[in-house]
Design a protein around this ligand. Sequence first.
Ligand code: UDP
Length: 425
Amino acid sequence: TLGFGLKVLFLSSDTGGGHRASAESLGAQFELLFEGSSYDLLDLATEAYLPPYNSIVPYYKHLSAHPNQWKLIYGASNSRVMERVVETNIKVMTVVCERNIRKKIKAYHPDVVVSVHPLQTSVPILSCAKISNETGKHLPMFTVVTDLGSAHSTWFAGGVEKLFVGSTQIHTIARNKGIPEEKLELVGLPIRYDFAVESERLGDGRMTEKGKEYQREVREKLNLPAVDRKTLLVMGGGEGNGALSNIVDALYIEFVKQGVDAVIMVVCGRNEVLVKSLEDRNWDEVSVVPLGFVKNMAQYMVAADVLISKAGPGTISEAAALSLPVMLTSFLPGQEEGNVDYVVEGGFGSFCQDTDPEAVAEEVTLWLNDEIKLTEMSDMAKKAGHPYAARDIVKQIDLSDDEKEKEAIAKIVAEEEKKLSAELR
Ligand code: UDP
């Protein structure tokens, strides 16, 4: 039988902040729902793969700063011809690296393996099946797709117990790639538990009385220069990419011109040079609050009235969960393009390229001066949001192929969930 807590192994890679953030949100849910659980993150791509896959982390850092090169590689590798080349390459890896991959996974003695990375699906699935055979104990493997609007074909390797997706768009792609309906679960992108907690505290949304009151409370807690001024959150993803500084300049100029009394919070992520340069400047008419990498993102999102960001799937899902309207200003071609449609079609934001920061500033100023528009967008964001996605995924992870054991696990989950909901209220 399975011993509780569980040992969970996530397959992830630090290509952007989103994969790790998803893994950690799921890991925390396992710990909450199965007392005594623990989790690890394994990056097989760096540790066990053949070139060129073993260099994806440094490649990604370079490419995410050079979107045109990214477009070429992403587009080419997602085309039909290249799909074959990738498949062949994976076959080679299967022969050459599979034993090593299996050894790495086995060393963690996991009860369950969850992949949150598109390049750690097919061969590890085979390894988990082989481990099950070798040990006589079923080692289930799941994939959680951490993209929203478009997704690379390598996500959809068959043979997992279940594949969790965050949007109807990805659900359709998965069906087209041959994943059967019964293995697909549409649950939303897993985001940190803080977002579920903050979403409860906002009640029916940030534009309600309760929401506004809570927002003021959080602004005070964060020591913002004012609690009753319109507040913006400007960010560029974990690496702090994008023309952040130009956007802040344009917002400042537009706000001064239009007499908008606002606070601009700027999350520079790991871009310390930008934090320093914003700190050194003299912002006398509109408050600018430069921030480095913030850990309490959920609170900053509660404090904001509008988010300005690149089209990262994690960030978009977090904003939606907190009923926060979004202005997107850039995207990685291919991978993040669909995220823009997700927001625009979802009715909770727009896209305005960061190459024209004045246009971004003008549009956002219109929103800030239009309470009805803000309320409409906020309501639509709430509709799109899945604050409890991480918990919903963990609840649906079948850890056993034994019916009795399954029932016992479901009971544990239900009891813990009741306790958690009571705590939140
Ligand atoms: N993030 C954070 N603090 C920061 C900047 C970013 O916690 O200062 C988090 C953000 O909340 C999100 C993740 O980093 O969870 C970024 O993921 P996303 O999918 O939006 O973009 P990626 O960086 O993966 O391209």
